[in-house]
Design a binder for this molecule. Sequence first.
Ligand code: CAA
Length: 257
Amino acid sequence: MSYETIQVEIHGGAGLVRLHRPEALNALNARLIDELDQALTAFEADERIGCHVLTGSEKAFAAGADIKEMQAKSFADAYLGDFISRWECVARLRKPIIAAVSGYALGGGCELAMMCDFIIASETAQFGQPEIKLGVIPGAGGTQRLTRAIGKAKAMDLCLTGRFMGAEEAERAGLVARVVPEEQLFAEAIKAAQIVAGMSLPAAMTAKEAVDRAYESTLAEGVKFERRAFYALFATEDQKEGMAAFIEKRRPKFKNR
Ligand code: CAA
């Protein structure tokens, strides 16, 4: 399949999607979201893939929703068309997805990165929700996911002033899992994705589901969900193999990966 606004590669068990609209700093237009959905859907169904990676260019992960495409929309266009709902294709994935962020991750770009399971950033990454400067607010989960990730004080600061936050501050605040030099970003993200892809897929998908459940439930409910999911994994061959391999001091050979 050939795409116009993204590039797709497979590296071992890692399925990589690179946002590619260099003329617009990877601004997210309808075509790009459509192609992203198609590519990720294909990876979800591809047995070779155990983990997705979403990345952009050195200069920009994505500079937000495409302002030129949005500017003329009326309330009815926006509300009835509900164009942002298409972006949920990233949040709906069941296989793990890692965002590899370099340069600008602004507005919808920051929101897209936050829909991923974790973010690896280069030292040059800049995160922000500058929609306020356009007379609007974040529309793809920014006020919600950012607040859960970094707390009210910093989320308010970013959403109200529109200032950008560098990689170091983002890591300190808990938005970013790792920060690496720019030239190591790609290798680091692919290596992390291949490690995830080497695990038992049911275990990796269940771990993702359980961590996500922490956002949607009380502690008591979440712990109950986790325990049921933990017990359920004893029904997999991979649990027998993983524990046998530990006891026999060898590497596990997972079937479902
Ligand atoms: N939409 C459309 N085009 C964009 C864009 C965007 N979000 N961001 C950058 N571009 C385009 C610019 O218009 C420019 O195109 P032209 O050369 O044709 O004029 C090109 O990309 C390069 O951009 P700049 O010349 O502005 O580059 P810069 O290095 O001087 O500045 C920047 C970089 C600070 C990221 C600046 O481009 C910028 O502020 N971009 C907009 C960021 C923003 O406001 N994002 C939020 C969008 S709204 C949103 O995302 C809503 C939501 O929550 C869903």
